[in-house]
Design a protein around this ligand. Sequence first.
Ligand SMILES: *Cc1c(COP(=O)(O)O)cnc(C)c1O
Length: 408
Amino acid sequence: MKALGPIPPEFTALDGELAIAGRPASSLVKEAGDTPLFVYSRDIIEQRIAGLRAAMPERLNIHYAMKANPYGPLLEFIADLVDGLDIASIGEFEQAREAGYLPREISFAGPGKRDRELFAAIKAGVTLNLESENEAERALQMGKQLKVKPRLAIRVNPTFELRGSGMKMGGGAKPFGIDADRVPALARKIVDAGANWQGFHIYSGSQALDAEALIEAQGQVLHLAEQLANDAEVDVPHLNMGGGFGIPYFDKDTPVDISAIGAALEQRFAELPEVLRETRFAIELGRFLVGESGVYLTRIVDRKVSHDTTYLITDGGLHHQLAASGNFGTVVRRNYPVAIATRFDAEAEEIVNVVGCLCTPLDRLADAAHLPRAEVGDLVAVFCAGAYGASASPATFLGQGAAREMLV
Ligand SMILES: *Cc1c(COP(=O)(O)O)cnc(C)c1O
């Protein structure tokens, strides 16, 4: 038997079934028309953001990194709850505009921005987090061409990284950002060129659950920003401090202690160095805001036994939930939180493998899981499906096509 990850505490049983936003899973599937289906709960998103606001200093802005979940209704819903949006392509910009975001609320990071993307962003007034000297040069040129002052910030490749981070994105050689030692010269140049200077973006990692590691990284971010600004003799109108707050996906994972992080940040904001006193601060989060709000529902289409191992074969799989299959940035595969949605309060009585319908051994949703006995027609729920699910999985693989999505 292999342990399953922890089910977010908001999910309870109703008439024996998993309830999401007070409605049984099977009725949601009926309304959507079919499985596989992603359901995202407004209540849970609201609760996560409210909890974060209560824990963090008032001065800290909260941005949503939309690559975690770009589903239109969710994007629209979260607009009223956050202070800004971080995008990574012009495709995302177009989705953001449709959802009602204003260009000045948006910043655009990403290491390979094409000319037409820079052009559209500058024309609209989106802040660019510059990832190289080459990109800075092109952005300044386009500003001249368009006769506008481009809103420019520098994404710094920091000299440190977030300890315990699920995905390392800072420290040493990286395709992201500009090495810290070259940042002051470029910052000076951007300011001298008359651009609308926005400051720094320093992102050091993702999916960290250890508050101490996050507190340490935030301290290093503030220190680095101070140093860079002093070296370049520029001010820092805005500092995007990165994010990295994780969610518990696996057995023994525990939630991030956000009140400890908030208290440490409050303390630091009270003792800011001269050059950061007027700065507007932000953190950018994806999975922490939306990850636990989502449930992926898929139906059991077959139940079979091979060499004493029972397989529950579903109509979903890695083409919608690549991360749960263990093939999206994980080294060792572990089980996500998984349950039989239509027998949510039944006792676990057998050990089964839950797999998807794809013809590949990679398509696993739960290995050696201890679950209630389930039959063909029952629904399986994979939790923590609100981030890096539908849009981060290869939906067209094997001709399967996209899952349905709904916000409730
Ligand atoms: C992916 C990414 C995020 C969001 O990461 P989460 O782990 O979902 O919070 C934020 N900022 C940048 C620069 C990213 O690349």
